[in-house]
Design a protein around this ligand. Structure first.
Ligand code: EPZ
Length: 429
């Protein structure tokens, strides 16, 4: 298994090109199931989760063609995919696949909407929380689907098609908002989703569906209106920049000191994290080509943060922020409200000398003057990158084990950080 070796202490200086967003690319690729015509997606990140989803979609009958390099391209920019679900030959998503990539459960919406049936494995447990799918099931039932649980599978039927309805989520859920929006796009009549997720990835999907011929209004707000249509068609869409990758590198610069341009990043979708970073002591400025992050010499200040659905502070940046404030001059409080078990990185950061105390869903982080390198273990995607950030500032050598977690969501991380002066390398088994 690959590991990443870091020798800390180098400031970061230079430019990092931000990739397309994993959490936008996945639902966008799944949307290809809604039409027999070709959906072309540009700026698709080269990630393990994307590769896994190509296999899962292929299992349903989707042809996936990767465009070759074009003149003027450096081969480092995102992929362009032609996804064509000309005929869906299998409406089953098996456990072996769904258990490896939870978001593949989301195929259930387009499969019911287009084919009137789906048999999708329940995703099972996850390192960061129980993550049930009850709200997906309730929403699809609202649209007229008959749903049973059989042998660990969700078996859904709507032989006469789905019918628009009012769907009210008791809590904000990104995944179920994506899936309900996709299913409702082909349902008869109007669907209104209330207490919908407002994440930028929802807006990106709605924009793509609209290019395919869907009628959607209100994406990005708590109430989304979808007027169903009989069929959707071909479209071309570029995946939005990854705001979590952007926030991660911004925190790395704040951690090590330095001056980095995050090229292609969009400040408008990162307001809260950038505000928190300014409070910690980084200088943030928006430019025509992205976001500039600097920190020179000034110490780090503690902060109190509560994770929340967009536009609140994203849970997917919680671990990275925790690593950063490990070296703040004072005590920070980080409350996690989205997932019940998202502090797996705490004991690993403690191995590097961090002083963190957990009180229920609150992490109390007392800043220390120095971290020291050690062997650490990645436990999930975002926890793994928080260990990389801490390793960049720790004295001596840090080795992060099980980096397959990292490869699920960060494209070429050692190249991007190494290109800015970090002493980082991948140790292949
Ligand atoms: C998406 O997960 C993201 N994944 C997550 O990013 C992200 O942390 C999360 O949204 C919150 O922002 C992708 O986009 C692929 P939710 P999702 O449904 O859709 C509970 C990463 O690191 N819930 O908004 O699964 C759920 O358990 C990943 O890239 C139910 O109870 O998250 C959680 O506590 C990790 N029943 C809360 O709602 C349901 O049916 C929010 O989950 C659905 C969700």
């Amino acid at each position: 298994m690959d590991r990443i070796r870091i020798v800390g202490g180098n400031p970061l200086n230079g430019t990092i090109a931000i990739s397309g967003a994993k959490n936008a690319a996945l639902p966008l690729m799944i949307a290809s199931l809604l039409t027999e015509e070709t959906l072309t997606l540009d700026n698709v990140p080269r990630l393990a989760d994307v590769a896994m989803l190509k296999r899962i979609l292929g299992n349903h009958g989707v042809d996936c063609m990767v465009h070759g390099k074009r003149a003027g391209q450096n081969g480092l920019s995102g992929e362009t995919l032609d996804l064509t679900a000309g005929a869906i030959v299998d409406t089953t998503a098996p456990y072996e696949m769904v258990s490896r990539m939870r978001a593949s459960f989301w195929v259930i919406g387009p499969l019911i909407a287009r084919m009137g049936q789906a048999r999708v494995s329940l995703p099972g447990g996850c390192a960061i929380g129980t993550r049930p799918v009850d709200l997906f099931i309730e929403a699809l039932k609202c649209l007229g689907a008959d749903i049973d649980i059989d042998g660990g599978n969700v078996v859904a039927r709507a032989p006469r098609g789905l019918v628009g309805n009012r769907v009210v989520f008791p809590r904000v859920t990104v995944g179920a908002t994506h899936v309900t929006m996709m299913a409702a796009a082909l349902a008869r009549g109007e669907t209104v989703i209330e207490n919908a997720a407002r994440e930028p990835e929802i807006v990106d999907l709605a924009q793509c569906l609209t290019k395919m011929g869907a009628r959607i209004a209100g994406a990005g707000t708590a109430t989304i209106h979808i007027e169903g249509v009989d069929r959707l068609g071909a479209a071309r869409h570029s995946v939005m920049p990854d705001r979590i990758e952007t926030g991660t590198y911004a925190m790395a610069v704040a951690m090590t000191g330095g001056d980095v341009l995050l090229e292609g990043a969009s400040p408008a979708i990162l307001e809260k994290p950038l505000q928190v970073l300014s409070e910690v002591g980084a200088e943030i400025s928006a430019t025509n080509s992205g976001i500039h992050v600097r920190r020179n010499g000034a110490g780090l200040s503690p902060v109190d943060v509560v994770t929340a659905p967009f536009p609140g502070f994203p849970t997917d940046l919680q671990a990275q922020l925790m690593a950063l404030v490990c070296r703040a001059q004072g005590t920070s409080h980080i409350r996690e409200t989205i997932f019940e078990n998202r502090f797996m990185h705490v004991q690993e950061l403690a191995r590097l000398g961090a002083d963190i105390h957990l009180d229920g869903q609150v992490a109390i982080v007392r800043g220390v003057s120095r971290l020291r390198g050690a062997q650490v273990m990645a436990t999930d995607l975002r926890a793994s990158v928080s260990l990389v950030i801490a390793g960049l500032a720790a004295e001596g050598e840090t080795v992060v084990n099980r980096v397959y977690h990292l490869d699920r969501g960060f494209e070429r991380i050692e190249e991007k950080l190494g290109g800015c002066g970090a002493a980082i390398e991948r140790l292949t088994a």
